[in-house]
Design a protein around this ligand. Sequence first.
Ligand SMILES: Nc1ncnc2c1ncn2[C@@H]1O[C@H](COP(=O)(O)OP(=O)(O)O)[C@@H](O)[C@H]1O
Ligand SMILES: O=P(O)(O)OC[C@H](O)CO
Length: 503
Amino acid sequence: MEQQYILALDQGTTSTRAILFDHDGHKVATAQKELPQIFRQSGWIEHDANVIWEHARQVMAEVVINANIKPYKVASIGITNQRETTVLWNRRTGEPIADAVVWQSKQSDIFANALKEQGLTQKVYDKTGLWIDSYFSATKIMWLLENVPGARELAAEGDLLFGTIDTWLLWKLTNGAVHATDYSNASRTMLFNIHDLQWDEELLALFDIPANILPEVRDSSGIFGYTAEFVFFGLQVPIAGIAGDQQAALFGHQAFKTGDVKNTFGTGSFIVMNTGEQPAISTHGLLTTIGYGLDGKVTYALEGSVFIAGAAIQWLRDGLQLIINAQETAEMADRSRENHPKRVYLVPAFTGLGAPYWDQNTRGAMFGLTRATGREDIVRATLESLAYQTKDVLDAMISDTQLDISTLVIDGGAAANDYLQRFLADLIATPISRPDQLETTALGVAYLAGLGVGYWDSVATLPNSDEVTVELPDEQHAEDMQVAYQGWQKAVEAARMFPLDVE
Ligand SMILES: Nc1ncnc2c1ncn2[C@@H]1O[C@H](COP(=O)(O)OP(=O)(O)O)[C@@H](O)[C@H]1O
Ligand SMILES: O=P(O)(O)OC[C@H](O)CO
């Protein structure tokens, strides 16, 4: 058979990428565009949905050109996306009614606080698996309906559509023919009942969100629709896989067994455990969510969402200008460890604390500064904060599930950092496995899109070609790690005693 390819479109917080995979699961080519972040007010982060769409089109064309293949050799397309980020658009014009409200954005805090004050926390968790927070789409939709002139009228006329980024891109790719999402993305809206697998009418009424703006929810694998002719070299290519990026990464690691767990270190850090066909209930601040829907069945997951991970490294570079690039941080941290035994702690709660604390009123803090503290120590504290946040979540997962974690698999941009991988292995006293190819998110949705058109027959026959680097914990560091973690816990406690009032 002539070689065909799967095109994965990975629309992340900071960039839009298209990656082509071959039948062996090898990456054949990549194309990428940075996505401008819009900061209109303190705490707000928005994206221009039209720019996202334009970039998506461009990278899809570029990747085919970079790979030097005929476009008709693309067997199917998969979409994976930054989750929760909310777009509302006009069905008739295809124009967004406002900039997309990004998952990290805080403008709807006031709505989230109001829902908590109404005593809805447990009800919302029981239905959606989510702890009320402005992170999820629901309060973002409420904010847009309230603040964009004419939004409610448009909804009343049946001309307003809501989507997370997957839905927006699917709608654009099909030229408005398909308004749909998959279970994994729906489960992040705080509107979807993860037990009944339906939009929850009671919550929609409580939040005053009209049901007619919502997309249809489908399995993560299967044909959603076809590219409109003007979109992709005049071809009608099936879009056959959709998953939120964190769930796609779980799938990309082939973490199909109950208890399999991964952490993706991108802008944020998302630790996700496969919990099988039954939803696991958390009493430690984790989210119960849908991993993926496949062959008419959903697989559930537990998730710890950490808002700031690689973003803290970007802050060192662009905000503090302490580093020139992210790559140099590993060696800087090594030097700090050699020269300065005294630890500095950074609590990178720049947009509040996610799992397991869910405290949107805390902001970042640094502890342990002395006259001898230098930039290498701050860099090290920043990298170590990514590991401490991971341990916070893993401890919660172990308590919730009573499962042992034999290995943690990691991926995402910051997973390339050797210092982080070593420190994390020591801190959690668990081997850390890192694939050499860190595009696990894209690979995951490529698998889904390939399965959706029979390019691969079943999950059992998916290729697994990645080389991995395994970092084993060093027992000699065990005692030091206990002390270090206690210091982190004190730092978090202290940061939380200095709350910002919500405006
Ligand atoms: N060597 C590195 N060490 C630490 N952080 C890194 C390194 N390389 C990239 N990063 C961080 O990884 C993030 C980008 O990862 P990526 O998976 O592309 O994120 P996203 O999908 O959220 O846009 C950036 O925040 C960047 O600071
Ligand atoms: O774009 P990423 O990779 O930072 O992922 C963002 C998450 O999906 C937000 O929930």
